[in-house]
Design a protein around this ligand. Structure first.
Ligand SMILES: Cc1cc2nc3c(=O)[nH]c(=O)nc-3n(C[C@H](O)[C@H](O)[C@H](O)COP(=O)(O)OP(=O)(O)OC[C@H]3O[C@@H](n4cnc5c(N)ncnc54)[C@H](O)[C@@H]3O)c2cc1C
Length: 416
């Protein structure tokens, strides 16, 4: 039994606490916010083994340059003279190869399949009721080019043992009746599931508190107390905490926090936006991705619907941009011509920062420089999906137990 400090109370930090708790450790989570509305709340809620292609692909580089000049586009890198952004960008471009995509498929599949299984187990634990649904995911496409791409992706999915099939428009209409859709067809990933992330986070925090986890909110970790290659504790804005093991799960801020330990974790924040409506007249049965528009639609608990999208690589200090929301709304209209989504006022815009690693794979594991530190971050678009498995892996690493899967591709030191 050890004293464990977890820095960061998003889905990764809280899931780590959840699994560490099962082994009887004393856990303290420290977070700089009130932990009530971060990136782990307003996301699309997908638990998606179908996402075995990492963010760093040859396609995103080609498309990204075209999108960069459009203020409503789904992908944008805010140009700025930042050493860390340039460093990340170089590594990202180098990683975006066909080989990398092929090599990432199995590790991403394995961690997401493990995570899905763990979320299903969590559903049965008293205190958890996060509207987990195994309805699959529809990935809509409108162009001929994407129709061909979808054929290839279905084949690749099947080779990985994932349940995916290609549907024509009529078949999609049977699954989503009564909706006017301008699409060519869809990939139906029956292997996927979804949940209501806001409720998962709420249930998780309540569970952790009830089971003795100390949660310190509104405390920013400013520095570390170290002795040679051991972290003895952390200093926050108002206090000091001591522990035997430390988990760094600070999401999009992980590069900055790790730099206080002189560790280099190539990572940037990828801002995304979402809009959630209650009792909205437009209803869908399944989560839907709009392939060309890069927008995610999710039917959520109690007649809610969420529209989410954009990947804006920007400083976490920049104000949100209403044009990105307009971009999401206009994309949706192309697929659903009868649907008019109201533009929210600036203060109603939800946004969160995805922790984007330089190759689209998470950073999970120990580092050479400190014996008692575990890094768990960099999950980009997959943090919710991979949260449970990451927590489980963190607990296994801390306990020096055999890990549930090969975590070598997630080595935090792979860019050193
Ligand atoms: C629009 C959108 C849609 C998405 N959809 C999906 C989806 O469908 N499925 C999916 O799997 N993923 C999705 N994601 C991505 C997912 O939300 C993220 O990958 C995930 O929330 C990251 O979790 P985290 O715990 O690493 O980071 P966070 O949730 O950001 O938590 C990190 C925590 O660390 C704290 N922190 C930072 N610095 C310090 C410090 N110095 N001291 C103390 N605390 C600190 C922060 O306050 C924060 O609470 C989406 C993201 C967006 C934006």
């Amino acid at each position: 039994m050890a004293e464990i400090i977890i820095i960061g109370g998003g889905i990764i930090g809280t899931c780590s606490a959840y699994y560490l708790l099962q082994q009887g450790h004393h856990i303290t989570i420290i977070d700089k916010t009130d932990m009530l509305d971060g990136c782990s709340y307003g996301n699309a809620g997908y638990i998606s083994p179908s996402h075995f292609v990492p963010l760093a692909t040859p396609g995103i580089i080609k498309q990204g340059f075209k999108w960069m000049v459009n203020s409503k586009s789904p992908f944008y890198i805010q140009p700025r003279l930042s050493k860390s952004l340039i460093n990340w960008g170089i590594k990202f471009i180098k990683s975006a190869t066909k080989n990398h995509v092929e090599n990432s498929a199995i590790p991403l599949r394995d961690i997401s399949v493990l995570s899905k299984k763990l979320y299903e187990e969590m559903c049965d634990v008293p205190g958890f009721d996060f509207y987990y649904e195994k309805k699959g995911l529809l990935d809509f496409f409108r162009t001929e080019e994407n129709a061909h791409h979808s054929e290839a992706i279905v084949e690749a999915s099947k080779k990985l043992g994932l349940d995916a099939s290609l549907l024509n428009k009529e078949e999609v209409e049977k699954l989503e009746p009564g909706i006017n859709m301008d699409i060519k067809g869809a990939v139906f990933y029956k292997c996927d599931a979804h949940l209501y992330p806001n409720k998962l986070m709420k249930d998780m925090i309540a569970f952790l508190k009830k089971n003795g986890v100390s949660i310190q909110t509104n405390e920013t970790v400013k520095s570390f107390i170290t002795e040679k290659n051991i972290i003895k504790g952390v200093k926050t804005s108002s206090s000091e905490y001591f522990g035997e093991k430390v988990v760094l799960a600070t999401g999009a801020w992980s590069r900055e926090v790790a730099s206080k330990l002189h560790l280099s974790i190539p990572l940037v924040g990828g801002r995304g936006y979402s809009l959630t409506f209650e009792n909205f007249p437009f209803r869908i049965n399944h989560p839907i991705i709009l392939s060309e528009g890069k927008v995610a639609l999710t039917p959520m608990a109690n007649n809610k619907i969420r529209f989410g999208g954009t990947m804006e690589i920007t400083s976490t200090k920049m104000p949100p941009k209403i044009n990105r929301i307009k971009g999401i709304i206009e994309s949706v209209k192309k697929y659903f011509p009868d649907l008019d989504i109201p533009v929210p006022s600036q203060d109603k815009i939800w946004y969160g920062y995805r922790p984007c690693s330089a190759d689209g794979l998470p950073y999970i594991g120990k580092v050479n420089q400190y014996k008692n530190l575990v890094i768990a971050t960099g999950h980009s678009m997959l943090g919710l999906s991979l949260g449970a498995a990451t927590g489980k892996l963190v607990s296994e690493i801390i306990n020096d137990e055999p890990v549930s899967m090969n975590i070598q591709p997630f080595d935090p030191g792979r860019f050193d």
